[in-house]
Design a protein around this ligand. Structure first.
Ligand SMILES: [Zn+2]
Length: 353
């Protein structure tokens, strides 16, 4: 009991001034009596018949009794109620504070480099939202959410460039320039009808890495003798990657259904899918992966006749074909065709050998 008394005394001396300054709340007589009883439960002068003003945190709403520890925090110090001496200063727990507390010692400071720093060699490991808080948000602390173009600069260094939706590229890298030409060709002709490019470039939850189709990149990504393709890493996780040949089109021959093909009169309507449509196609896979990785993986394993898989069927019929139509190109009616070099990222004219 003695400990409690001392504590309450100290409390009353230190906080008394505040209490006088506060306006008395309008309380019912019952509530007032109950609160007074709670306050007086800790009155150290009870046996002398004296009722001092005692400050409590809840203004007497709850019965407040201090625990029986000998060392208690009072203000900024730790006080030993037995020896009646200050034993230490209170330690401020900086880890428990957040940006929201606006403590000057802890705000705006990183404690460690970005765990994903290795993926962005051209960015400081301590940077936040690519040093561009107006354009980017970082709700999850993961990688930037964009179409990230990986390229090798004139000095042979690996670099990244983020595709800026609706803008022109002003740099001098040929691959990055081709990506802009291809994507802007689709967008500016109204052929991004399902919003795949816009979504990937501006959605705050989607991110895809785009690499040039080179022997070096193909070896690094574990594929040989491939041209443009989409690569997913793992069933449910991973970063979607697209490898793209900016002069690589797909030459195809539409087959008018299996039966007529078998009967021998089915070949007709030759066409070429331009590299820009190929890129849109691969980004369509990336988008499908980002939307629902599990479903994407399942669809990629589901046979779908002339389209090979359901995933290919969905990408070709809902993303590639509408774009081809809008661009005035022949629509592919299946997942087939072979690689052909064309004149430019937007061209359907083969390079003559
Ligand atoms: Zn595909």
């Amino acid at each position: 009991m003695k400990k409690t008394r001392i504590f309450m005394l100290l409390m009353s001396f230190t906080v008394l001034g505040n209490i006088y300054a506060q306006k008395e709340d309008a309380l019912s007589p019952e509530e007032k009596a109950k609160r007074e009883k709670n306050i007086q439960a800790g009155n150290p002068f009870k046996k002398f018949g004296y009722k001092p003003k005692i400050a409590t945190l809840s203004k007497g709403k709850y019965l407040e009794l201090h625990d029986l520890d000998s060392i208690v925090p009072i203000g900024s110090v730790m006080y030993n109620v037995n020896t009646q001496k200050i034993v230490s200063f209170k330690q401020i727990d900086t880890l428990g504070l957040s940006e929201a507390t606006l403590e000057p010692e802890v705000i705006s400071r990183w404690f460690s480099p970005d765990p994903l720093a290795e993926e962005f060699p051209d960015k400081s490991p301590y940077n936040f939202v690519n040093n561009n808080p107006i354009r980017f948000v970082d709700p999850t602390g993961l990688a930037p959410e964009d179409i990230i173009i990986h390229f090798t600069d004139a000095d042979g260094n690996k670099q990244t460039h983020t595709y800026q939706f609706g803008q022109e590229y002003k740099g001098d890298n040929a691959f990055v320039k081709d990506v802009y030409t291809a994507l802007n060709h689709i967008v500016n002709n109204g052929a991004d009808e399902t919003g795949v490019i816009k979504g990937l470039a501006t959605d705050s939850s989607k991110n895809v890495n785009l690499f040039e189709d080179t022997p070096e990149n193909n070896i690094e990504h574990g594929k040989l003798n491939r041209n443009s393709y989409f690569k997913r890493e793992g069933q449910n996780t991973g970063k979607p990657e697209v490898i793209w040949d900016s002069k690589g089109g797909t030459k195809f021959t539409n087959i008018k259904g299996f039966i007529s093909w078998i009967s021998g009169n089915g070949y007709s309507e030759d066409g070429i899918v331009s590299p820009s449509e190929v890129l849109l196609h691969e980004l369509g896979h990336a988008e499908s992966h980002l939307k629902d990785a599990k479903q994407h993986y399942k669809d990629s394993k589901t046979n779908f006749g002339i389209y090979n898989t359901r995933e290919e069927h969905d990408v070709i019929t809902t993303i590639e074909n509408p774009a081809s139509k809008k661009l005035g190109n022949v629509q592919r009616q299946g997942h087939y065709g072979f690689f052909i070099k064309v004149k430019s990222p937007t061209s359907t004219t083969p390079v003559k050998k």
